[in-house]
Write a protein that binds this ligand. Structure first.
Ligand code: IPE
Ligand code: IPE
Ligand code: MG
Length: 257
């Protein structure tokens, strides 16, 4: 039978043969936010320049995406470059810009064949045009995919996102498109970079550092925090599964007694 529906590829098995833990659907987070941290320390431990750590972390996100699909996560937000990372040396900033551009291009076809929808989340100001162009092309290519949404957070800051939303709101009030004093949690969200983004269920950070670093502040209001003691280049899908097993043991209450 002829069909024009796209063939969706299954994620390849992990080389170790590891399989996702058996959990019930209610124990699986829908949206996982990931702070991909620890590249510099990974490199330092080996006497290498910091940039070598970024390169070494190149395959980790794709493997985590494989594992997310296998276990049934619907949305991943990956923190690739923060609005505060401009404070690093010009050499490292330049490296990270080029690195992001190359990686997005390199991985988008594989992501697309898996049915991953790529979305760019972040502020355009200061971000290299060539990086924005790659992100937009990846968005265009993958816009109809439904298996998993991958939010690439590049030049993202949680405070910046709220400020940008407030500025857009004040413009709309000025143009009489919105009533002053009538903003609700729901209507504010419409002004965020991705209004459809689900609230974060699991906030995962590698490298052992225990802080949010301005990632998805609003969306993580009731996220479960899991900090893993592994540097980003050493992360793979098994790290995600371990974090989900920890998550599955948590008792989420959302303010209820
Ligand atoms: C995360 O690794 C990558 C980015 C922030 C872009 P780091 O570069 O922060 O690595 P550490 O924290 O110095 O080890
Ligand atoms: C957060 O990590 C940003 C990214 C992973 C992209 P940082 O390494 O920049 O955070 P801090 O400076 O340690 O808080
Ligand atoms: Mg860091």
């Amino acid at each position: 039978m002829k069909t024009n529906r796209k063939q969706i590829k299954k994620p390849p098995a992990h080389p170790s043969g590891a399989k996702p833990p058996k959990l019930s659907p209610s124990q699986i987070p829908k949206h996982v936010a990931i702070v991909m941290d620890g590249n510099g320390r990974w490199a330092k431990k080996r006497g290498l320049p910091r940039t070598a750590g970024h390169t070494a972390g190149e395959a980790a996100l794709l493997d985590v995406v494989y594992g997310a699909i296998e276990i049934g996560v619907k949305e991943i937000s990956a923190f690739a470059f923060s609005t505060e990372n401009w404070r690093r040396s010009p050499e490292e900033v330049r490296f990270l810009m080029g690195f992001n551009r190359v990686e997005i291009r390199k991985q988008r076809d594989e992501m697309n064949s898996l049915g991953v929808k790529i979305k760019w989340i972040g502020r355009p100001q200061k971000l290299w045009q060539s990086v924005i162009a790659e992100l937009k092309e990846a968005e265009r290519l993958t816009k109809n995919n439904k298996v998993l949404t991958l939010n690439m957070c590049v030049n993202y800051g949680g405070q910046a996102e709220i400020v940008d939303a407030v500025n857009s709101i004040s413009q709309d009030v000025k143009r009489n498109k919105l009533k002053a004093g009538a903003i609700t949690e729901k209507s504010l969200k419409k002004y965020f970079y991705s209004p459809k983004m689900l609230d974060v269920d699991l906030f995962l950070r590698s490298s052992g550092e225990q802080r949010i670093s301005n990632f998805l502040l609003w969306q993580s209001a009731y996220a479960e925090m899991v900090f893993m003691d592994v540097l980003w280049p050493d992360v793979d899908r098994r790290t995600l599964w371990q974090a989900i097993e920890i998550y599955a043991e948590r008792n989420r209450r959302f303010g209820k007694a």
